[in-house]
Design a protein around this ligand. Structure first.
Ligand SMILES: C[S@@+](CC[C@H](N)C(=O)[O-])C[C@H]1O[C@@H](n2cnc3c(N)ncnc32)[C@H](O)[C@@H]1O
Length: 477
């Protein structure tokens, strides 16, 4: 689509062809691909709570169908006019105009990424972006043209070849992924595993030759041909071509060979997020907890991944924590003191770093680092009683004496509140114990989000994971 040229960034050019007749594209062209969408969603087990992104989503029919299956869907396309249709169809979906080579979502934001004839042999760099936004263990479902010439419906794509020869050559380069082994090799080079080809039916059906010509005229490659031979001739020649395939009482039918790929991001990145493999499939509760982490932190915590085996159990622990927090009237700062004191007494680096950061925000980095190191000099008297009690409960609950409870009473806490504070610490100890025993590695992101003083105070437990190094792609040395 060279006519836009000028100062437009390359990724904005497809709108000229794909978006110029957006209503036609949405109603005459896109519904033709419905079998493809349904089959791929089935292969990927898209269902309730699946966080799905459709790359090069066009007018968003695939996004709408994913939403109908219960997915929380997002989509991106370079054409503002097609995205406007997608938004009209799925007002609740996160639909963006943008370049698929720079996906505007956080790492690990999706369980599933699809792209229906949107990622090509000419755009391999998009695969790095897709891998980044997929969680470990997440799935990519991709379709590309297969052996078109051998397809019974090959005739239906012939009008695309009425474009200039350089554009036809470019189309051929785009289609390279479907050749035996090519897509597999590329996906593997870009860090995907378990790459497999899956059956994806693909059939275009048209009421008559004129509808066929009109549907093709609203596509990107159709527009390339129109730029060469003019719209009138394109429509006329395309209708004439299709007339030869017309059947009495039946629609025009063009079955075209399409290749579907399903590939997975390795479930365990680098040294692993814990001793446990991440579940192959997430329950709706686990998906929701991944989404919460992504929204709050921009990544999914390793602990969340591990607890994904029983998110409901963790929710019960947090529900109990919520209840005793209320009874004891614990502020966020109070909880920061209790958790950092207990976690450091246990030698749990993960909760020490995570809550050391929260306490630093609620008070100061010095105060937080002090509590982690056993120095309570920056605390008020009441807070000192909390920190001391948390360390006793976490380190050796059998060594406590009646006198140890007295400072809590003097701090103003009643009997029920002392029980609640003790239960709060014990529940945190239970959570930490599971994380530590099963090797949940503090997230590498904590290295940059934790204040320096807090990082220095956490001299115990497992070190945060190293930041992942990008997987080398083609052309990188
Ligand atoms: C073959 S169509 C596929 C559309 C849709 N997936 C479908 O099934 O009909 C290719 C789509 O890729 C979009 N596109 C091309 N380059 C893009 C880019 N760099 N970033 C995002 N979308 C792009 C076009 O606007 C067009 O909607």
């Amino acid at each position: 689509m060279s006519d836009l040229g000028g100062d437009e960034p390359q990724w904005k050019l497809p709108d000229a062809g794909w978006g110029r007749k957006a209503a036609d594209a949405a109603t005459l062209h896109e519904p033709q691909n419905i079998r493809e969408y349904v089959a791929m969603h089935q292969h990927l087990k898209v269902g309730n709570g699946t966080r799905l992104l459709d790359v090069a989503c066009g007018a968003g029919l695939a996004v709408e169908l994913a939403t109908a299956r219960g997915a929380t869907a997002a989509g991106i396309d370079a054409s503002p006019r097609l995205v406007a249709v997608a938004r009209d169809r799925s007002p609740g979906a996160d639909l963006r105009v943008g370049d698929m080579r720079a996906l505007p979502w956080a790492d690990d934001a999706f369980d599933v990424v699809t792209s229906f004839r949107g990622i090509w042999g000419t755009t391999p760099e998009v695969l790095d972006e897709v891998r980044r936004v997929l969680r470990p263990g997440g799935l990519l479902g991709l379709t590309v043209w297969g052996h078109v010439k051998a397809s019974p419906g090959a005739w239906a794509l012939r009008p695309f070849r009425w474009a200039e020869s350089s554009q036809v050559a470019h189309q051929a380069a785009m289609n390279s992924l479907g050749k035996p082994g090519v897509g597999e090799q590329l996906l593997t080079r870009h860090g995907f595993e378990a790459v497999r080809r899956v059956d994806v039916p693909f059939v275009w059906e048209f009421a008559d030759p004129e509808s066929f010509a009109r549907a093709l005229a609203c596509t990107g490659p159709g527009y390339e041909a129109i730029q060469t031979i003019g719209e009138e001739r394109f429509r006329c020649d395309a209708a004439q071509l299709a007339a030869a395939y017309a059947r009495d009482g039946l629609p025009l039918r063009a079955e075209i060979n399409l290749v579907g790929f399903v590939a997975r991001v390795p479930a365990v990145v680098g040294a692993g997020s814990s001793f446990l493999a991440e579940p192959e499939e997430l329950t709706p509760a686990a998906s929701a907890s991944y989404a919460d982490d992504s929204a709050e932190l921009g990544y999914v915590m390793n602990a969340t991944r591990m607890w994904a085996h029983d998110t409901e159990a963790l929710e019960l622990v947090f529900k109990a924590l919520g209840r005793v927090t209320k009874t004891a009237e614990l502020s966020r700062r109070d909880r920061g003191i209790l958790v950092t004191a207990a976690a450091s007494a246990l030698g749990d680096s993960y909760c020490s770093l995570a809550w050391g950061t929260k306490l630093a925000a609620a008070a100061s980095a010095q105060l937080s680092a002090g509590v982690l190191a056993g120095d309570d000099s920056l605390l008020a008297d009441r807070e000192r009683a909390l920190a001391r009690w948390a360390r006793l409960v976490a380190a050796d609950p059998n060594s406590t004496a009646v006198a140890d409870v007295q400072p809590l009473r003097e701090a103003g806490y009643g009997e029920a509140q002392i029980l609640a504070i003790t239960a709060y610490v014990a529940l945190r100890v239970a959570f930490s114990s599971v994380n530590d025993a099963l090797g949940a590695v503090p997230d590498w992101q904590l290295r940059s989000s934790t204040p320096e003083a807090v990082l220095e105070a956490v001299t115990f437990g497992r070190a945060p994971a190293p930041a992942p190094t990008p997987v080398a792609g083609p052309g990188s040395s």
